[in-house]
Design a binder for this molecule. Sequence first.
Ligand SMILES: [Zn+2]
Ligand SMILES: [Zn+2]
Length: 346
Amino acid sequence: MNGKMKAIVKHHRGYGAELQMVDIPQIKEDEVLIKVKATSICGTDVHIYTWDEWSESRVNPPYVFGHEFAGEIVEVGSKVSNVAMGDQVSAETHIVCYECPQCLTGDYHICKNTKIIGVDTHGCFAEYVALPAVNVWKNPKDMPYDVASVQEPMGNAVHTVLAGDVAGKTVAVIGCGPIGIMAVGVAKAAGASQVIAVDLNEYRLDLATKMGATTVINAKENNPVDLVMELTDGNGVDVICEMSGHPIAMNQGFKMVTNGGRVSILSLPVRPVELDITNDIVFKGVTVQGITGRKMYTTWQQVSRLLKSGQVDVKPMITHHFPLEDFEKGFDLMISGQCGKVVLQP
Ligand SMILES: [Zn+2]
Ligand SMILES: [Zn+2]
């Protein structure tokens, strides 16, 4: 397709971004062109927008950023057979090599040569996005576009929570950004007996309650370790989903996990974190897991089914919608923390 489109361009190596008219991307024979109907702002996008240390080291402006979306296929490459014109789709955002030792054994989510859409390639904060057809995930026709656009981050929540047993167990989610809040809903749906949400932000703790948290703890007002011990008869929780990346909160997580428990870490602390490995991991026999991306495509199947069955309802967590042009309002809200998921509509 030829012509111009509106896009949010990370235009320079500094704060902010710009709405620009750019060329509609041309597809290759194994790609599809998607008309973007809804695209949600991720924490990663906020890092790129505010231009922190990580973006400085990873991102190369000028380019179109954004990676979470839902839309409709409007053009199909000659070699594409898995999807067709008019399909409603979202996409797995890891573009993997299919050749490294991890890919060859089916562990695509930890591919050594992963490229991330909207970080290493042009993204979806635009009217159109071109993507490899193999990355595209077909959505049910009746799934609202805003709901479909959050499947990718919901996949992070699902991958973290379901990385071990949950049914009948006690779970604490530390850090209640959008993925943490969704993790609460997933843990509840998976049959956790208690889901305890910990954060410093009242707005987000309210959202955690709406998503099914049995107890919320504001760590500014209470010692979360003491409270969790009270709630679990002094045993601690079976599962920690670490979504905060904050060194103090992380250490609290390791104190509140029970002997033989699991700590699944999705967060990305900006600096190395000091932990009491002897007392909090080794003597307690704790399993620590790093969680990255979504299993391709087990996690997508789980997300799809949890949404379709209504076991997880993400609507309370999608708090704001703006036209693409008003992206600055969306980013300001994300930076303030007074929101759940913010969705932009091109
Ligand atoms: Zn994301
Ligand atoms: Zn690979």
